[in-house]
Design a binder for this molecule. Structure first.
Ligand SMILES: Nc1ncnc2c1ncn2[C@@H]1O[C@H](COP(=O)(O)OP(=O)(O)O)[C@@H](O)[C@H]1O
Ligand SMILES: [Mg+2]
Length: 422
């Protein structure tokens, strides 16, 4: 649209151009008026740049879209972009020892506007905390961002490009045990993002699909969240209830949309939890399920290995998952998440009690031994109940100290078939 040989001196910007020229209902007259104005701009050859913004180019009249020489998709910023943007957006505040990296991680799925609002909100909080007016300079601290997240996060996910994309920050260290699974996940997912070029050089194709399987409560969903955090990739959970509640044909579109967006914003992890719920064996699949299944297969097959998009799935019942999905080239990396061993249980208990104050008499190894057969979710419940017992004893005033007796309270013992009883 611009005449390239003279420097642009002027510009015209049409915001939300699809509202003027919608894909449907753009009349011939409107279209002709547009093209003739455009021609006039061109003929004048005076370096005027026509710029338009559009929230979704598929809602713009295709002929109008074609008239623009450049079509620049602005996608969600990835982790490094978010970090750079946060540095830029907070540059007006005093240099602080505040590490922006965790904030960049926490702002998964934030758009630029959300990040700007986050920083504004943090700055406002900092000013009111300092209490000496807006004229002075300000120093941002963690507390300012914590307050800002409370205000902005919800909005970002509502207006965001895909729902449910906000995941809590889970670190490898928050997942107890599962040493082998963690290593396999690092190899199959994290490395494939961090070393895309090396993989290409060696001619090795990393897996496109990875399946975590194991009994309920062993921490599969938790591990997926840790992968999301630790890989620094975008994380797009496909929610099955969301998928099937829409109109006929909408759920297939949702799958395509997710994969298209994932390719554009790579590195990206697409996550399908409870895979068997929708993609169970063919004979058990309904018509809607079959259609969705074919769409998913088309999308997986169209993915290039090493493209920076990985499909991560989890299931409690791998035997129920349609075998065609688990073929080589599709979801071909199966990682078993077994019930925890004694050592795993100890490590899980250590992880789960990290933030509690434990009395010296608490012996986690003894608890781990007693709770044979308990999963991570069971252990979590036991720790929760023990903390409640401590609060019941000591009240909310001070940080309650959890004692060994709290792990043996009646309510705790009742949980998990009396595994905690001595
Ligand atoms: N290995 C683990 N380490 C720490 N917490 C765990 C672990 N496994 C399970 N949990 C706790 O139990 C909860 C439920 O686990 P989840 O990941 O939903 O299990 P799954 O998806 O395998 O059914 C988690 O949110 C976490 O708090
Ligand atoms: Mg789960």
């Amino acid at each position: 649209m611009t005449s390239s040989h003279k420097p642009s001196t002027d510009g015209v910007c049409i915001e939300e151009v699809q509202t003027v020229f919608p894909a449907r209902n753009t009349t011939d007259e409107m279209y002709l008026a547009f093209t003739s104005s455009l021609q006039r701009i061109r003929d004048a050859d005076n370096g005027v740049l026509l710029l338009a913004t559009c929230s979704d180019s598929s809602s713009l009249h295709p002929e109008v879209l074609k008239r623009f020489e450049e079509n620049i998709p602005l996608e969600l910023p990835t982790l490094p972009h978010r970090l750079a943007l946060l540095h830029y957006l907070t540059s007006s505040s005093h240099p602080t020892p505040l590490n922006l990296h965790p904030i960049a991680e926490r702002s998964q799925a934030f758009r630029l506007a959300d990040l700007a609002e986050l920083c504004d909100s943090a700055l406002r909080h900092a000013f009111s905390r300092q209490g000496d007016g807006y004229g002075s300079s300000v120093t941002l601290v963690q507390e300012d961002f914590d307050a800002a997240f409370g205000a902005v996060e919800i909005k970002a996910s509502e207006g965001g490009r895909y729902e449910g994309a906000k995941v809590e920050v889970v670190r490898w260290a928050d997942v107890g045990g599962h040493a082998k699974a963690k290593t396999l996940l690092k190899e199959s997912v994290v490395w494939s993002f961090k070393n895309i070029d090396a993989f290409k050089r060696l001619g090795i194709a990393p897996s496109k699909g990875v399946l975590l399987h194991g009994p309920p409560g062993t921490g599969k969903t938790l591990l997926a969240k840790a992968v999301a955090t630790e890989s620094g990739a975008n994380f797009m959970p496909i929610s099955i209830p969301e998928l099937i509640k829409g109109e006929v044909g909408e759920s297939e579109k949702a799958i395509t949309r997710t994969f298209t967006l994932a390719r554009r914003t790579s590195p990206t992890i697409i996550f399908i939890d409870e895979l068997e719920a929708l993609f169970s064996r063919h004979e058990n699949m309904g018509d809607a399920g079959k259609k969705l299944f074919s769409m998913l297969v088309v999308e997986i097959d169209a993915l290039e290995a090493g493209s920076g998009v990985v499909l991560l799935c989890a299931t409690n019942y791998p035997g129920l998952v349609e075998k065609a999905l688990l073929r080589p080239g599709r979801i071909d990396r199966l990682i078993s998440i077994p019930p925890p061993t004694h050592r795993d249980r100890l490590s899980i208990l250590q992880t789960l009690t990290k933030r509690l104050t434990l009395a010296p008499d608490v012996d986690l190894a003894v608890l781990a031994r007693r709770m044979k057969g308990a999963t991570g979710a069971d252990l979590k419940e036991v720790v929760r109940r023990a903390s409640l017992a401590a609060i019941a004893r000591e009240g909310f005033q001070n940080k309650p100290v959890v004692q060994m007796a709290d792990f043996q309270a009646k309510e705790v013992r009742a949980y998990g078939g009396g595994g905690v009883a001595s």
